[in-house]
Design a protein around this ligand. Structure first.
Ligand code: IMP
Ligand code: MG
Length: 174
């Protein structure tokens, strides 16, 4: 096995492209005429955010936040910390948080609470992937790309100890 092939492909490049453009169409319709601020969560959501905004048919602003929740392990520590905050103010804006994957949901719940406290005009979340455990937290994530079983995946921005982010598809880590 080459070092660029960690395991079986779960979501192919073509499936990613098709789903991202579907999501972008939905978001474009929902946010038409509004003041859309897209906030991507580094580093995992960087490719998803970049592909998503390029498929939007409406204008938007883009900013990024970085949080640490996992360290380099594959299990959630439950501790979320902002390591890079936004450059722009969100007050009065229509904010769409873009996350790579919701596992336990703790990271997204923390970020939604943190951003809600800054009084945006509206606040919704968009996740490329969601795992079964996330449903138990009842986060009401407005846009979800793919629902996954409880497996650890890498690629298209997602890492295992900072590896495999560059893969153009999503693969199970075996
Ligand atoms: P949560 O707080 O348990 O929902 O975990 C969310 C964060 O954990 C994501 O932003 C990812 O950085 C990381 N994560 C969770 N599941 C995976 C996975 O399958 N592959 C890579 N990173 C993951
Ligand atoms: Mg990570």
């Amino acid at each position: 096995m080459s070092t660029r092939e960690p395991g079986d492909v779960l979501v192919s490049r073509d499936q990613l492209t098709a789903r991202v453009s579907e999501m972008a169409a939905e978001i474009s319709a929902d946010y038409a005429g509004r003041d859309l601020l897209v906030i991507g969560i580094l580093k995992g959501a960087v490719f998803f955010t970049a592909d998503l905004v390029r498929e939007l048919s409406i204008p938007c602003e883009i900013d990024f936040m970085a949080v640490s929740s996992y360290g380099s392990a594959t299990q959630s520590s439950g501790v979320v910390r902002i390591t890079k905050d936004l450059d722009v103010a969100v007050e009065g804006r229509d904010v769409l948080l873009v996350e790579d994957v919701i596992d336990s949901g703790r990271t997204l719940r923390y970020l939604m609470r943190n951003l809600a406290a800054r009084e945006p005009a509206s606040l919704e979340a968009c996740a490329l992937l969601s795992k079964p455990a996330a449903d138990r937290l009842d986060l009401n994530t407005r846009y979800v790309g793919f629902r996954l079983p409880d497996v650890f995946v890498v690629g298209y921005g997602l890492d295992a100890g900072e590896r495999y982010r560059e893969l153009p598809y999503i693969s199970v880590l075996s």
